[in-house]
Design a protein around this ligand. Structure first.
Ligand code: FAD
Ligand code: NAD
Length: 479
């Protein structure tokens, strides 16, 4: 038997690496096992998020956004740039350098905090034993008082469009195209479909998004979703709702995708297709038969509100457990679990987890939609404000979008804030803080916001809840 630890974390994505660092900061002897090997054959930390998810996708989103801004919008504000061409291989190089800096940063943080980095595949043998199988197949068993499983998720594959090298790819493949495909099919109008569809549309692809559901972004307030759909449509994304993919065929290096919609059977030919219809928990090889850790009916590791599994001393966090598949949700669970193991009281507020779609403009939200609240029988009052009436947004040449505050009609407590605008992902933090502190719409309305900022649109939306937005025709007189 090798070393004994207070905590062994399996997986070094944003769930696992944060749990490991926090546990070490709490004075616990901690190890983190990771099996991700990069293109150079090196074990790297950061998981999906840093290697093929949040970070690389944002590098491509930002560079492709800058290209469109310079090409189509700089002239509007008096900046003549002449011809500007995207250099996709260079963009990929930049993306790789961003990945390397981020993953290297985590390894450095492990060293700085005294986390032992174990390379290989970790398997829970029992409530206090983890077996690690190295790259060459060598095995070592470690003892730990506590185990945290943070094994993440992988893309869902669907039988009608099996992944086919270079033609039908998942999200990781779509971060590697060396040029913009002429005709790009995107299956699924979820977060990945809209983000990566936007990247390649900006770089020159004709993008068609096939979405099985009739509604667009059902998790977003429908006023904000409608505005988003309109804006993305104007940018050239052809979003077909109610289009259920039924099959595909490869012909002459092209992909013919078959789908059904309200008009019946349809087909469309693409040069490349991205399948992004969701992700599923990844637990393959993480649990031995004797471990006793139970899964739920959808294959997630079953946990309680504090991420305890069915086996005492074994916790699970992040994408491999219930809840939104988001990096920051995984990280917060990591902090909570490390604190619990260190003997502190800790809990998470699952009602105040923000979500962001990094399109342009961005879509960001926290809490309930108006539709959701009403379906739960909650009477609501709402206030909306358009960015076209916000001075800073006009000065930024970014007048698109709106902010909406949803409050309980009886108590005025904020139930949700939904935004589509430039930098909505930054703006939403104030909504999260407001909800975390149980604020009312009036609390936000009575807060002094700096001028000129796009945040003032949130202030105005909060004022509008009682019909008193300043920069909009007033709807109500105060009683
Ligand atoms: P992961 O990041 O998947 O990490 C799990 C780690 O565990 C991996 O490194 C894996 O190799 C390792 N592992 C698994 N099994 C074992 C084992 N047996 N032994 C050792 N190691 C093991 N989320 C956001 O919040 N914002 C975004 O902008 C965003 N963008 C995204 C863009 C894309 C294209 C994708 C695909 C995802 C995006 N996500 C985003 C989702 C985000 O990446 C995940 O929610 C997040 O990575 C989950 O963290 P995790 O630690 O639970 O799992
Ligand atoms: P998603 O769940 O966001 O969207 C999948 C979409 O595919 C849904 O709208 C679904 O109706 C549709 N769909 C399912 N089957 C289909 C079919 N057969 N034909 C057509 N459409 C079909 O999933 P995703 O976009 O793959 O993203 C996976 C996860 O990664 C998400 O849970 C998300 O939270 C996370 N992620 C987050 C970010 C971010 O925070 N910015 C970015 C990327 C990914």
């Amino acid at each position: 038997m090798a070393d004994k630890f207070d905590v062994i974390v399996i997986g070094a994505g944003p769930g696992g690496y944060v749990a490991a660092i926090r546990a070490a900061q709490m004075g616990l002897k901690t190890a983190c096992v990771e099996k991700w090997v990069n293109k150079q054959g090196k074990t790297v930390h950061g998981g999906t998020c840093l290697n093929v998810g949040c970070i690389p996708s944002k590098a491509l989103l930002e560079t492709s956004h800058k290209f469109i801004d310079a090409r189509d919008h700089f002239g509007e504000i008096g900046l003549e740039v002449g011809d500007i061409t995207p250099n996709v291989p260079k963009m990929l190089e930049f993306k790789e350098s961003v990945i390397a800096k981020n993953t290297g940063g985590i390894s450095a943080l492990f060293k700085a905090n005294g986390v032992t980095a174990l390379e290989g595949t970790g398997k829970v043998l029992s409530n206090n034993k983890v077996e690690v199988t190295g790259k060459e197949g060598e095995k070592e068993t470690y003892e730990a008082d506590n185990i945290v499983i943070a094994s993440g998720s992988v893309p869902v594959e669907i039988p009608p469009t099996p992944l086919t090298e270079g033609l039908i790819v998942d999200s990781a493949g779509a971060l590697e195209f060396t040029e913009a495909p002429k005709r790009l099919g995107v299956i699924g109008a979820g977060v990945i479909g809209l983000e990566l569809g936007s990247v390649w549309s900006r770089l020159g692809s004709e993008v068609t998004v096939l979405e099985a559901m009739d509604s667009f972004l059902p998790m977003v307030d429908q006023a904000v979703a409608k505005e988003t759909q309109k804006l993305l449509g104007k940018q050239g994304l052809d979003i077909k709702l109610g289009a259920r993919v039924t099959g595909s065929e490869i012909k002459d290096n092209e992909v013919v995708v078959k789908y059904t919609d309200s008009k019946g059977e349809q087909e469309q030919t693409f040069d490349k297709v991205i399948v992004c219809v969701g992700r599923r928990p990844y637990t393959q090889g993480v649990l031995s038969d004797d471990a006793g850790v139970k899964l739920d009916e959808r294959g997630f590791i079953f946990v309680d509100d504090q991420c305890r599994t069915s086996v005492p001393g074994v916790f699970a966090i992040g994408d491999c457990v219930r809840g939104p598949m988001l990096a920051h949700k995984a990280s917060e669970e990591g902090v909570m679990v490390a604190d619990i193991i260190a003997g502190h009281k800790a809990e998470m507020n699952y009602d105040a987890i923000p979500s962001v779609i990094y399109t342009s403009p961005e879509v960001a939200w926290v809490g309930m939609t108006e539709q959701q609240a009403k379906s739960e029988g909650i009477e609501v009052k709402t206030g909306s404000f358009p960015f076209s009436a916000n001075g800073r947004a006009l000065a930024n040449n970014a007048p698109d979008g709106m902010a909406k505050v949803i409050a309980d009609a009886d108590t005025d407590r904020i139930l949700g804030i939904h935004i589509v605008s430039q930098h909505a992902g930054e703006l939403i933090a104030q909504g999260v803080i407001a909800m975390e502190f149980g604020s009312s719409a009036e609390d936000l309305a009575l807060t002094c916001y700096a001028h000129p900022t796009t945040s003032e649109a949130i202030h105005e939306a909060a004022l509008a809840v009682d019909g008193h937005a300043i920069h909009m025709a007033n709807r109500k007189k105060r009683k």
